[in-house]
Design a protein around this ligand. Structure first.
Ligand SMILES: Cc1cc2nc3c(=O)[nH]c(=O)nc-3n(C[C@H](O)[C@H](O)[C@H](O)COP(=O)(O)O)c2cc1C
Ligand code: SF4
Length: 597
């Protein structure tokens, strides 16, 4: 290898390189460490990393430019990102961000002149039950108010290291309000693995089949079918991946599972490893949950020390399996399983063509199972308590329980676990939702239901959800809610395919236009047409679902936009007179002759 042309930087990077080795799959982890050390990725570091990993410089720069938590330009010693989620907005985050910026003489999105601090917005940070929330250099700040921001501004002015900030600022509560079979009685570590070993791999897979377990990450695919497909696929190695990207706004149940039930999740992955003959697993942890990393690493270390991970697990010769935690860096698309695998390989998170599916061609083209955090927790319970026990709960097509992340307009936001089949009304009664007008089930990519539908049930047959349950009371502006979601999709589209890249931008602009009172009924037709194109022609699930909230609003909440339309009758979408406003300003004219009739 050629010596790096920037020896000073190379020397500073040496401990990072030593920690991660030379595998190109470590690129994202190296970039995250460089970001932490330098508060951005200096161009000289890009060159050194490329040399160290034997990659073209453009690949390193391309990856660094893709993830929103990495910055190729200086972003300040303290980088504050305010959560842009709709519930954080409802709790006053836009005003709090403005307050903070005024306090420190900052312009949103720009770094202070002394390079000390910057403030900007970010997609949902997964703290909707304890917002308003933000991140400082990746660490979560909860329950923000002006007093806390005054304190934070003071700490920044005095350049106090974040490790010495008062812990109360970073307090994250579980807020478990209702526990059922998953979150109820604790399962002693190792019990489920022992049960699986006693049964054997074939019989354990049969238990999964009997249980009827379906994936909890959203799509609801049969876990037993996924596992048996992966098991039957030939390859040099089989991989188990736990999807803890949890980027769907309004979802935070995986945060709680990883904080307080990580043993159950690792146990489920280890049982998967036994069934599929895998020796290596990954937990893909969203960057927003970086604060959980040390805790998870220590649980993994304890499991290794007690024979529940590593070589010859529980004394069974040849049963070797270990788990590595891989951090994400602020990209919703990396929750999509093929994009996640690309990211695990150290690349930009760009969704792959499917088929082939990951079960046959996944991590480095080897058979790979990707399951949600909650799915693995269920698998552990099933191994310990049996498939029939699990299948006896829930509904015909949705066995077991579902953990919901409840936020928005209710007295008791938090985590609620119910057997499948529970009605929306029952949930609203439990969490103290009064005078509720609408609920967004499953986050922006899910379903927006109106008060007329509160008799409907959480289940794959009726209202499927990965967990988000966001409540809006009467008086909330549904057009603003949908606008927030339209902005989210436009921001998170990876830009790979045209229907989604252009469609999400156009959708955002039209919804903005409507919210600003300039919409016409032709815009409604345009939105429907765009929605159809995105649903049918996009490359991946993000584009397929990006129009859901808009189309649900058009269908179920006409009152939310009709009052704001400029003209209900058909009218061209383009308002030529408004478009001439800039020209009028430049020429300093505003007389009647400068306007169109
Ligand atoms: C844009 C997008 C984001 C996704 N985000 C997540 C996520 O954060 N967590 C998750 O488990 N699944 C997510 N999924 C679904 C995964 O692609 C995949 O179906 C899931 O991890 C499979 O696990 P399961 O079978 O246990 O549900 C996402 C899908 C799309 C299209
Ligand atoms: S649908 Fe959107 S997110 Fe998916 S590949 Fe296309 S541009 Fe990327």
């Amino acid at each position: 290898m050629e010596p790096c042309e920037f020896p000073d930087i190379e020397q500073q990077l040496a401990p990072i390189f030593e920690r991660h080795g030379r595998e190109s799959s470590r690129l994202l982890q190296i970039l995250l460490d460089v970001q932490e050390a330098f508060h951005f990725i200096p161009p000289e570091a890009v060159t050194c990393i490329a040399g160290h990993l034997g990659l073209p410089r453009v690949s390193v720069e391309g990856a660094a430019g893709f993830y929103s938590f990495l910055s190729l330009k200086p972003a300040g010693e303290y980088r504050i990102l305010f959560s842009d989620n709709v519930t954080d907005q409802m709790l006053g985050n836009p005003e709090l961000m403005q307050y903070f910026c005024n306090k420190l003489w900052l312009e949103p999105g720009k770094v202070s002149e002394d390079n000390l601090v910057s403030a900007d917005r970010t997609s949902c940070t997964g703290m909707c039950d304890q917002g308003p929330a933000a991140l400082v250099n990746g660490w979560p700040l909860t329950n923000l108010d002006q007093d806390r921001l005054d304190l934070i501004a003071e700490l920044i002015r005095s350049k106090e290291p974040i490790s010495r900030w008062p812990p109360i600022l970073f307090e994250v509560k579980d807020n478990i309000r209702r526990a059922d079979v998953l979150l109820g009685d604790a399962l002693e570590p190792g019990v489920a693995i022992k049960a699986a070993l006693e049964r054997g791999a074939d019989a354990t897979l049969r238990e999964m089949e009997t249980s009827g377990l379906r994936g909890r990450g959203g799509a609801g695919f049969s876990t037993a079918r996924k596992w048996s497909g992966c098991r039957a696929s030939p390859g040099l190695a089989h991989y188990i991946v736990c999807n803890a990207d949890e980027g769907e706004p309004g979802t935070f149940k995986d945060r709680v599972l990883l904080n307080s039930y990580a043993d159950l999740v690792f146990e489920g992955m280890t049982i998967g490893a036994k069934v599929m003959g895998s020796a290596k697993g990954f937990l893909y942890l969203r960057g927003e949950y970086r604060y959980l990393l040390e805790r998870l690493e220590s649980i993994l270390a304890r499991r290794r020390a007690t024979g529940l991970l590593g070589r010859d697990i529980l004394g069974v010769t040849g049963f070797d399996f270990d788990i590595e935690v891989h951090l994400g860096a602020g990209a919703y698309i990396c929750g999509e399983e093929s994009a996640l695998i690309e990211s695990l390989e150290g690349k930009r998170g760009r969704p792959r063509n499917r088929p082939p599916f990951p079960a046959a061609h996944g991590y480095f083209h080897q058979p790979t199972v990707v399951n949600n955090v909650e799915t693995f927790a269920c698998a552990a319970r099933i191994a310990a308590q049996g498939g029939k026990w699990f299948a006896a709960m829930g509904t015909r097509q949705s066995s077991g329980s579902k953990i919901l992340s409840i936020s928005g307009d209710c007295a008791r936001p938090g985590i609620y676990e119910y057997p499948f089949g529970v009605s929306v009304k029952e949930i609203l009664d439990d969490c103290g939702g009064e005078d509720v007008y609408a609920v967004q089930i499953g986050g922006p990519s899910g379903i927006l239901i109106s008060w007329k539908e509160f008799g409907r049930c959480i289940s794959f047959e009726d209202l499927p959800t990965a967990g988000a349950f966001t409540i809006f009371k009467r008086g909330r502006d549904i057009l603003q809610v949908v606008r927030n979601y339209a902005h989210f999709f436009a921001h998170e589209s990876c830009g790979f395919c045209t229907p989604c890249r252009v469609g999400t931008q156009l959708q955002k602009k039209i919804v903005d236009k409507m919210a600003n009172g300039n919409g016409t009924s032709s815009n409604l037709e345009e939105l429907k047409h765009l929605g159809h194109i995105m649903r049918t022609m996009s490359h991946c699930g993000l584009g397929h679902t990006a129009a859901n909230p808009v189309l649900d609003m058009l269908d179920k909440f006409p009152g939310a936009y009709e009052k704001k339309l400029k003209n209900l009758a058909f009218e061209p979408a383009f308002d030529l007179d408004s478009a001439l406003e800039t020209a009028r300003k430049i020429s300093g004219r505003d007389d009647p002759w400068a306007h169109l009739p």
